[in-house]
Design a protein around this ligand. Structure first.
Ligand code: DGL
Length: 271
């Protein structure tokens, strides 16, 4: 017989190519403050966004195995690139509920658009995979989707160049095709982009709705936890554990910016 209380108390496993996925953890904490979380960031092998799907699939399999070893009840793929090209690998390895960021982000964008013109920005891997475009079209077959890779946004966000002339210039260059396409909704299809949302909004101008895939994913995680009777009934302070495969320079500073709160102890993981 399933002991639901015991299952519910287990942590949610979240992984990403690095520390960007902490923006998804931030959204999860906000929506589900009593859920215990184990986070793994593959900082030794980041970035995933410029690597081939085959390599990302191999990494995703190992990342999943690490979290399964932590006895998690659900896996959230915070990384858009992994969610785009390797969700099946994660599902096969995990054998527990898995939530990626693509479908929740695509659904939220389809609900938000008024003129049916949706933009998507992400890593080269995410954009090349067409995962967002396909997921949006499944929701709304008549939507026009304009997708643009913005690889330089990742180092800019990590550098903390939030309100910086260089970021604005690069954003103008990247976002120009989206302006031309007259989008009214933009999916921030990369863990790092919510950090730059103010600049992105300012450059796009007008009344463009930005969709944070992390927030949309947190909503889906809550729905699934309730459906599967896995939502933690405890009202105690959640236990958050952070693991990374390498502790880079300035890790805590960058991590706290992404998480929006102090990180506490960060442990080195060996895969
Ligand atoms: N976490 C990745 C994503 O959301 C961005 C960083 C990377 O390229 O690994 O796609």
């Amino acid at each position: 017989m399933i002991n639901y209380k015991q299952e519910q108390a287990k942590p949610i496993g979240v992984f990403d190519s690095g520390i960007g996925g902490l923006t998804v953890v931030r959204a999860l904490i906000k929506r589900l403050p009593h859920e215990n979380i184990v986070y793994f960031g593959d900082t030794a092998r980041v970035p995933y966004g410029s690597k081939s799907p085959q390599t990302v699939r191999e990494y995703a399999d190992e990342d999943t195995a690490f979290l399964i070893g932590k006895n998690v009840k659900m896996i959230v793929i915070a990384c858009n690139t992994v969610s785009s090209v390797a969700i099946d690998v994660v599902q096969k390895r995990a054998k527990i509920p898995v939530v990626g960021v693509i479908v929740p982000g695509a659904k939220a964008a389809s609900e938000a658009t008024r003129n049916n013109r949706i933009g998507v920005i992400g890593t080269v891997g995410t954009i090349k995979s067409n995962a967002y475009t396909n997921a949006i079209r499944l929701e709304n077959a008549t939507a026009t989707v304009t997708a643009q890779a913005c690889p330089l946004f990742v180092p800019l966000a990590e550098e903390g160049w939030i309100e910086h002339k260089a970021t604005e210039l690069i954003a103008k260059e990247y976002l120009f095709p989206l302006k031309l396409a007259k989008i009214d909704t933009l999916v921030l299809g990369c863990t790092h982009y919510p950090i730059l949302s103010e600049t992105i909004s300012a450059v796009l101008g007008g009344e463009i709705t930005l969709i944070d895939s992390g927030e949309a994913t947190a909503k889906e995680v809550e729905r699934l936890l309730i459906e599967q009777q896995l939502k933690n009934a405890s009202t105690h302070k959640a236990n958050l554990q952070f693991y990374v495969s390498d502790i880079p320079h300035k890790f805590t500073e960058i991590g706290e910016r992404f998480l929006g709160q102090t990180l506490g102890r960060v442990r080195q993981a060996t895969l």
